[in-house]
Design a protein around this ligand. Structure first.
Ligand code: TXA
Ligand code: MG
Length: 333
């Protein structure tokens, strides 16, 4: 059992001592260490079993910290985006300050930075007084945690967990690479390309072409996976065995059938709400001994639906989509 509680002052002391602290943010729980202490950061990789080529996000609580993490002069667009969206579910990638240890960025010349919008996270960061490197607090490749229990299920080798209830956004931050006049979306999230285009009309906003190059290992094809088979389906399966789970994101296209394995993530069709419930639902299926396999009904890949489908495709990647339809087909005949 890991030590957990609500002592933010104690947790910030641990951070300053080079220890590992899991903490809540509005997106998902993070596993934090002093971002300027290379040895402490190395412990994050160890605890998560994360490969060293996968760089981390630095978390800050004050705009004045931007200069500590990014190289000078700061791109004007970075400042404008920070003013508009921080604290919030946006991570910005730009040239790093030389002070940032190589281990944080996996040797890249850029660094990813975010100011989370969560009172506990902000207080922890202010008290710690250093930028905090924090990936999601799960084992590498597994489901992201949106509740303290999810962290406890996966991580054993950490010094403290701050309990802060459920993460309200529930899906990892949107990651963007910021250039002078353009923004490349490296990982879709709750803050959508459409919203950024609306707020910054003169700026080109484009989605990264993952086929061409993988800039963020979050762009790896397999990621965020439950330990049970997950299949993405276009339509509601006609037959569901007792041991199947079904994730429904919105009521359209869903018959409304009641079965123990059916989870409707938003009864009103609000995809932001559905996204915020997605990882928790997957965690529940994962730990439910009555469930052997999970079906998820696809959503349209637009707006936050893009972020939902990005996570679902990666979670389902190791199980091919339709061939494994076995128990659905049996009952259809
Ligand atoms: O919402 C979030 O972003 C959460 C909370 C805890 O802040 N953090 C999170 O971290 O999702 P993580 O490590 O699970 O995902 C961070 C992603 C990784 O896929 C990593 O490759 C990418 O950010 N990344 C980090 N530095 C980068 C860089 N310099 N260039 C491109 N991608 C980078
Ligand atoms: Mg992660």
């Amino acid at each position: 059992m890991i030590r957990s509680g609500k002592d933010i002052i104690f947790a910030s002391k641990l951070i300053r001592e080079g220890k590992l602290v899991a903490f809540p943010t509005e997106t998902v729980y993070g596993l934090g260490a002093n971002g300027f202490d290379a040895k402490a950061v190395a412990r994050i990789f160890e605890a998560k079993k994360r490969p060293a080529f996968d760089p981390l996000i630095l978390h800050i609580a004050q705009f004045s910290d931007l200069e500590k993490v990014f190289a000078k002069p700061l791109p004007k667009l970075v400042l404008k985006l920070a003013e508009k969206y921080w604290p919030g579910p946006l991570t910005m990638v730009a040239t790093k300050n030389r002070q940032v240890p190589e281990i944080v960025t996996s040797g890249l010349s850029t660094v990813a930075v975010r100011m989370p919008n969560h009172p506990i996270a902000l207080k922890l960061l202010k008290q710690a007084g250093v930028p905090v490197a924090a990936p999601s607090a799960n084992l590498f490749g597994r489901l992201s945690p949106t509740e303290p229990e999810h962290v406890k299920e996966q991580l054993t080798n950490i010094d403290y967990l701050i309990e802060g209830g459920k993460s309200v956004v529930g899906i990892e931050s949107t990651i963007i690479a910021v250039k002078e006049n353009s923004i490349e979306i490296l990982r879709p999230g709750a803050l959508t390309a459409a919203q950024i285009r609306k707020d910054f009309p003169g700026i080109e906003v484009f989605l990264s072409d993952t086929e061409e190059h993988i800039q963020a290992p979050g762009q790896l094809k397999s990621h965020y996976s439950p330990v049970k088979p997950l299949y993405l389906v276009e339509e509601e399966p006609a037959y569901l065995s007792d041991r199947s789970g079904l994730m429904v994101f919105e009521p359209s296209g869903f018959s409304g059938r009641m079965a123990p394995g059916v989870k409707v993530l938003s009864s009103t069709g609000d995809l932001l709400e559905a996204a915020s419930n997605m990882f928790a639902a997957l965690h529940e299926f994962e730990s439910d001994e009555n469930i052997d396999r999970i079906y998820a009904m696809k959503v349209k890949e637009e707006g936050v639906g893009l972020a939902i489908m990005d996570r679902l495709k990666k979670a389902a990647f190791r199980y091919s989509e339709i061939e494994n339809y076995a128990d659905v087909n049996v009952g259809c005949s």
